[in-house]
Design a protein. Structure first.
Length: 141
């Protein structure tokens, strides 16, 4: 068992893979503003017309889903656990518990679950930071 003050638990997933998912999640979140040619109305009655576009055939979604499905079950569990850690659902000292819960909840929809999580890129980055890692330099000093 890892001692939270000196030892950092081992991750089954590489920093590079997490950083790839972070980059793709940021790309997915950076959607286009809906383009409606000459809506012919005024702003007071547009009711949410200025939302971001979702495309059912979004190539980023297909790429992320394929990438995550190709991962081992342990890597997928770590990915979800990192998101939960970054979201504040636990601490690094509670990593084993977070990971056990992610293992219990694991199913074939890991990619869809993560892409449906608002701020998932931020959560994954925060989770990596708890392990002393980042996407800027691989491992923090």
């Amino acid at each position: 068992m890892a001692d939270a003050t000196t030892d950092v638990p081992e991750l089954s997933i590489s920093t590079e893979k997490v950083c790839f998912i972070i980059a793709k999640a940021e790309e997915f979140d950076a959607k286009d503003v809906v383009t409606i040619p000459d809506p012919g109305s005024n702003p007071s009655d547009d009711a949410m017309i200025e939302v971001l576009e979702d495309h059912k055939d979004d190539p980023v979604v297909a790429e992320v889903v394929g990438f995550i499905r190709a991962m081992s079950e342990d890597e997928q569990i770590d990915l979800v656990s990192l998101a939960w850690l970054g979201r504040g659902d636990g601490t690094l000292a509670e990593w084993a518990d977070l990971r056990a819960e992610a293992a219990r909840a694991h199913n074939r929809r890991t990619a869809q679950y993560l892409l449906g999580m608002p701020l998932v890129a931020n959560y994954l980055a925060e989770g990596l930071a708890a392990f002393g890692r980042s996407c800027e330099g691989g491992a923090a000093a």
